[in-house]
Design a protein around this ligand. Sequence first.
Ligand code: SAH
Length: 218
Amino acid sequence: MGGFIFQQGDKYEAARERMVTQQIINRGVTNAATLKAMRKVQRHLFIPKEYEREAYDDNPLPIGYGQTISQPYIVAYMTEVVRPTLKKKALEIGTGSGYQAAVLAEVVDKVYTIEIVPELARESTERLKKLGYNNIICKYGDGYKGWPEQAPFDIIIVTAAPEQIPQPLIDQLAENGRLVIPVGPPSAVQELILLEKKNGKIEKSRLTFVRFVPFRRL
Ligand code: SAH
């Protein structure tokens, strides 16, 4: 479990509580562990100073290099949908600010996360280390290939949108595993897709429409 040892109230506690109630619970997220994580992780520590006061608003925010931290509701929704438990091992593609990784790290055993922008990879690795998240392992690289040395994963969350689901990620999903990924053309509305591996077979469901930054390749 990550976080500061002295988890005293910070000045955004009320704003964060409003975020959880109005944006997340009101839209139907019910998983207790997910809600607890959204209440705990201080989103304002993951964004540039100039946007700090908007940290708990109902939208994505710029984090530099043309990338964004996802809308709080989407982070909560994706976390709930992969059915997190403290025994599970997760892979995230697109570390960005590290916020989704931190939320995941509160609800699963271990998080592996890959970021393709070297500066963001460096900044988020530093940030997560400072915040005490010993159960998050970051690396710089192209997440298309997944992380074969650590596979299989019970959970895979992709936070950038490819036009097609990368086959290596499907291959690295564990039996009974869940993969959630936005799929669609860049700079347009994409579909959030859930894949489940059952008896070695892939079941696909379409969840909702979303807008993510494009999935890039090295
Ligand atoms: N989960 C992040 C969201 C960041 S936006 C957060 O909570 O802040 C998506 C991120 O995916 C961007 O930082 C982008 O650089 C990264 N990305 C895009 N294509 C990628 C790829 N092929 N491999 C790894 N990261 C990628």
